[in-house]
Design a protein around this ligand. Structure first.
Ligand code: ZN
Length: 190
């Protein structure tokens, strides 16, 4: 496994719509190695999610999560988001009032902003074995999945902010905005 270089804001790959992965290629050594390397890279940089375009691969793949778990069909717990690999995901937003929450991004280091997201989503995708899966997610897992899915379409969290008034550097976030929730740190970057 290897730690991959993360593309930063300004690199065109982050603004490119990623290509679907042919289902027959999901179990190929190249794609499997990419997924392993993405998990290792996410862990190295203390991220909670990482999309392939963030490591310069314009394919519709992302990894996310905080903990190993077999039960991924229903994700609602903010502290136990299971590790998932989603390939060619299709997201449906469940109608309802959006949630506002802080987001950061490994491709936009040291910054954070308040982003509205659908509070609940359903996702259809392939997992890393090529199997079709369906997931229902709320809370933090729903937010992370929407953030990562946006990367596959060349969309960054700035683009989703209603106003840039809450855009802040990390130091200033800690000084002026943080609610002294230590867990916030661990799950900040996607
Ligand atoms: Zn991101």
């Amino acid at each position: 496994m290897a730690i991959l270089k993360v593309a930063r804001l300004g690199h065109p790959v982050l603004r490119t719509k990623a290509k679907p992965v042919p289902v027959s290629e999901i179990t190929s050594p190249g794609v499997q190695r990419l997924i392993d390397d993405m998990f290792e890279t996410m862990r190295e940089y203390s991220g909670i999610g990482l999309a392939a375009p963030q490591v310069h691969v314009s394919s519709r793949i992302f990894v996310a999560g905080l903990r190993p778990s077999q039960a991924i069909q229903e994700m609602s717990d903010d502290h136990e988001m299971p590790f998932i690999t989603l390939i060619n995901p299709e997201i449906t937003l469940v109608p309802g009032a959006p949630d506002e929450g802080w987001e950061g991004c490994l491709s936009i280091p040291d910054m954070r902003g308040l982003v509205p997201r659908a509070a609940e989503i359903r996702v259809r995708a392939h997992d890393r074995t090529g199997k079709r899966i369906e997931i229902s997610a709320k809370g933090l897992p729903a937010r992370v999945i929407q953030h990562e899915n946006d990367h596959l379409d060349g969309i960054l969290f700035f683009d989703r902010m209603l106003t840039l008034a809450t855009l802040t550097f990390m130091d200033e976030y800690q000084r002026f905005w943080a609610k002294h929730d230590e867990d916030e740190e661990e799950k900040s970057h996607a």
